[in-house]
Write a protein that binds this ligand. Structure first.
Ligand SMILES: Cc1ncc(C[n+]2csc(CCOP(=O)(O)OP(=O)(O)O)c2C)c(N)n1
Ligand code: SF4
Ligand SMILES: [Mg+2]
Length: 308
């Protein structure tokens, strides 16, 4: 045991044994597998997951009559996740059962199709955790654009050709929008920074009695974005190091940067690894760079003015 502790402190956050079968049915290299295993090991097995049709559903629903995991799971329509979780968590609170309700959905559900009930639950400060894994598109139905798809990205509904150069709108800053609901806890996290992710999961669980928590996880998709399957964690790390994806947390409208990047790497280092950005010219890369700088600076400014 002492030996294990020396190996990595990330294991110290694990509360329960792995609840998932080996050989899950995700694409090769999909970071969703690590995310699901990690979330349930840190939060523990006394959780009820509420999910939707999505890439995660292939594992969370089970296949035929078989299950991939031993957790309690409720498969919900995409418009009803946050309202269903509201009902389940209120029932547990009324009956005194100490279970944590965890919504687990993609960006298409959180930012678009299920956004209204999510916003409502945050505003009412319901007692559950909402985890959005953001792969910047509707991956399960064929890699279509969602409102978090970044400017310039090629998807099947924003193709690159004679008349189009990928997505022509700017991606929605979903975690910031959620933080401005001023719920109990909001944070961003990704899979290259597991210590940071574990601390944020634990904090969200601790805040359950206080109110609503929203965790936004940057979750690259090798199949839909076009990068080598062994690069998923590198892409996460590069997103943090280039300031493309700032790591921060907020409580009731007060902000803290949890990983400050003072000398960011060039954004081109990240974009050049990903096929969906491979057509971008210098000017378009510049636009994404400005966008990333603004996103990072926004949190720095909030943390200075309203520190946590
Ligand atoms: C109301 C509704 N609209 C559309 C669909 C079809 N649909 C099933 S999965 C999916 C993609 C969901 O995207 P996201 O939530 O980002 O998860 P991902 O597939 O990227 O994991 C869609 C649009 C649906 N099931 N319900
Ligand atoms: S399409 Fe992307 S998000 Fe979906 S399982 Fe495959 S790699 Fe994962
Ligand atoms: Mg998605």
């Amino acid at each position: 045991m002492a030996e294990k502790k020396k190996l990595s402190k990330v294991f110290d956050y694990f509360k329960d044994e792995d609840q998932f079968a080996s050989g899950l049915s995700f694409c090769s290299g999909c970071p969703l597998e690590l995310l699901l295993r990690f979330v349930s090991r840190v939060l523990g097995k006394e959780i009820v997951i509420v999910g939707t049709p999505s890439c995660s559903a292939a594992v969370l629903y089970g296949q035929n009559i078989g299950a991939w995991h031993k957790l309690a799971y409720y498969g919900c329509i995409m418009t009803g996740v946050a309202s269903t979780a509201t009902g389940i968590s209120r029932y547990y609170r009324k009956t005194g059962k100490d279970a944590t309700v965890v919504c687990f959905t993609g960006d298409g559900c959180a930012a678009d199709i299920g956004f209204q009930p999510l916003s409502g639950a945050a505003e009412r400060d319901e007692h559950f955790i909402y985890i959005c894994y953001d792969n910047e598109g509707y991956m399960n139905t064929g890699i279509q654009r969602s409102s978090t798809t970044p400017f310039g990205a090629a998807t099947t509904t924003t193709p690159v050709g004679t008349n189009r150069r990928g997505n022509d709108t700017r991606g929605k800053n979903l975690p910031y929008i959620m933080a401005m609901h001023k719920g109990a806890y909001t944070a961003t996290a990704t899979l290259s920074h597991l210590d940071d992710l574990a601390k944020k999961l634990i904090k969200a669980k601790e805040k359950k009695d206080e109110g609503f928590s929203f965790l936004h996880i940057y979750c690259p998709c090798p199949t839909g974005w076009g990068f080598d399957t062994d690069l998923s964690i590198d892409v996460c790390r590069m997103a943090v190091r280039t300031n493309y994806y700032p790591l921060w947390e907020a409580e009731r409208g007060r902000f803290r940067m949890t990983h400050r990047v003072t000398k960011p790497k060039a954004l081109a280092d990240l974009l050049s690894r990903i096929k969906k950005f491979s057509h971008l010219n210098e000017e378009e890369v510049g636009l994404l760079e400005t966008e990333a700088e603004e996103r990072y600076q926004l949190i720095e400014d909030m943390a200075e003015k309203w520190p946590l």
